[in-house]
Design a protein around this ligand. Sequence first.
Ligand code: ARG
Ligand code: GLU
Length: 738
Amino acid sequence: MQRILTLVFTLFIALQATGREGMWLPYLIGQLNHQQMQQMGLELSAEDIYSINEGSLKDAIVHFNGGCTASLISEKGLLLTNHHCGYSQIQSHSSLENNYLRDGFWAMNQKEELTNPGVTASLVKYLKDVTNEVLAGVNQAMSDEERQKKIEANLEALYANVANPNNYQLEVKPFFYGNQFILIAKEQFKDVRLVGAPPSSIGKYGADTDNWMWPRHTGDFSLFRIYASADNQPAEVSEDNVPYRPSRHLKVNIAGFEKGDFTMVYGFPGSTQQYLPAAEVKNIAEVYNPQRIAIRDEILAILDAKMRTDEATRIKYASKYARISNSWKRWKGEIKGLERTNAIERIRNEERAFAGKMLKNEDLKAYENILERLVVLYEKRIPINKQRYAFLEAGYYGQEMLRHLRRYQGLVAIADTASEERLNELGQRLAKGLPGFYKDFDAELEEKVVQAILPIYLKEISTKDLPEILSELKAMDAYDRSEFITEMFEDNPVLQEGWSDLLKNKPAKAASKLQKSDAYQLTVAMLEHYFEVLNPAVSEVDNQINKLQAKYVEGLQKAFPKKSFYPDANSSLRLSYGKVKPYQPKDGVTYYAQTYLEGVIEKYVPGDYEFDLPEKLINLYKRRDYGLYSENGKMPVCFVATNHTTGGNSGSPVLNARGELIGLNFDRAWDGVMSDMYFDTAICRNVMVDLRYVLFIIDRFAGAQYLVEEMDLVKTRPGAAAKEEEAESSEMEAAVKS
Ligand code: ARG
Ligand code: GLU
């Protein structure tokens, strides 16, 4: 009896734990997920979510500038995405007089909307499995090279032959490490205008302190609009363009939701590693993340010390600090989350289950030892991969100067041979970038950073045939090396008076000065060593790893035919689904799923660079002037749910059981960020802005009611939401009774 109880219970927990994880291919929803989604409350058909024909939900989902997600929320092409996704556009329109980052920006009519040349918005038109075409004629006997050649030839033929009357962008992406190939057709719009953004004190409220955290109080949204030609086709930025008329836009539901309500996230998750062996997850937790965190610890501590005491530095380095601290904080969370969920042991259990299947099933013979061989390769990769990370962290991400000097490589390369005209043109182009570089550069601070991190890099790199300057530096004692760095900064031509003029007027001389400088020589040596030694060495192992990973995942799929597998994220359109749900990050603590404006006010620190608030917001709060958007007299702000998301899902619409917009995804809660490798429904949560807060800010705070009027508001909640909760509790009761 006890045994049965445990069994039923384990089964139940397993179902709970794995039931909703996954980033699913929209065209397979009907086959793989729809039934479960309905049980959880979904009221739509699979066709409503994804259809090749125009007008399904997918036609309202936009890939925003290649990185983030956005959604269409009016029949006039209005786009909703995150503040942090539109950040550089907002910044680019800002000046001292019009500081839109600080004060926000609101176009009060379409004429005032601001163009952003270069920014794209893409809609997925269709997805098509082309695995058979891509792998035609590929067989086991082929060498890697032959295989690669064959695939490339097939791809070429495929691109040449596919009918493309509408001139869509076509891309074939590999899924499951190349076991499957999918053709993705997109329509790319190029006239995307800024419509509105709240001040950073709302859109970035809590900044780095609150980043990745729950409870959260950030209004992380901005509004853009897609413009198209008069006949509704993509067009270059032009005055003649008109607002795009989408075949589908999302309705906005302001009736709210409750704990347990169904949610789904539609968007473009960037990358995950869901099928790694436990051993490699352990490497990430114990080797790679700690290594990268340690280097960034140094950088961030140095930046922070000066940013806290000096206002000018704070402004200069805010963006760099945010960039470096974002992944740094996530890596720390990953380590904790893996530990807390016992993920490595649980993945090992799955590996044991796979091994068990192989013992019993002749058909799985082909997969014997795959895992063992994979683990060997991952171990073999560690020393070289650590060197690669040392370069990326201490060399590339950590050093502004290195990245800047890299830009001159083209000039140096042609300095002796090119015509004067060509050199002048290049010199002038390079000089154009200088004000932007100097504006955010603090040489003294930068030198401190380099003093701290260059030795870490030098200690780590250990391949044969190091470039001379690197082996010399490696051999130096700490004192000499520090002297070298100091002099390198003193003698750096880029940091000397008149560099811009020299570049413009005597580009050949500028190039020769650069070439003689230690800073440039070091940069070139580090880059060469990375591109010519480290990267190829890692790639060689990676290729072998990928081949085995493909085989491994194929084996898993054969061994567990009843389980649905989802491919790792790869910036293609996916759907995740879950429920609004509180969670317990640690013993004795439960987090609610929803936050309110009260919490925004509680965190308020007047004058603080992360927690200051606009007076107008405080006044709206005092008057409880919430318009249509309150819930029992309170203003909802953010909420969490169990949707499986990752980077790239920023700006993704969060939809209710009827496919109406209720939230805007922008983050994950820190306790569960290991979900890129191991998802656990118990503590993995995506973080969203409540759409009611978005509308409240647009309407009451910004006074841009005309934007709300463009939208279709829905004021009733979907009905069947509580269904699965009931099913769950009766299942639980049944289990306890038996
Ligand atoms: N953590 C979110 C994401 O990964 C937000 C990042 C932007 N905000 C920041 N403070 N860095 O992208
Ligand atoms: N902020 C992330 C983004 O820009 C989303 C958070 C996550 O990694 O889930 O895509």
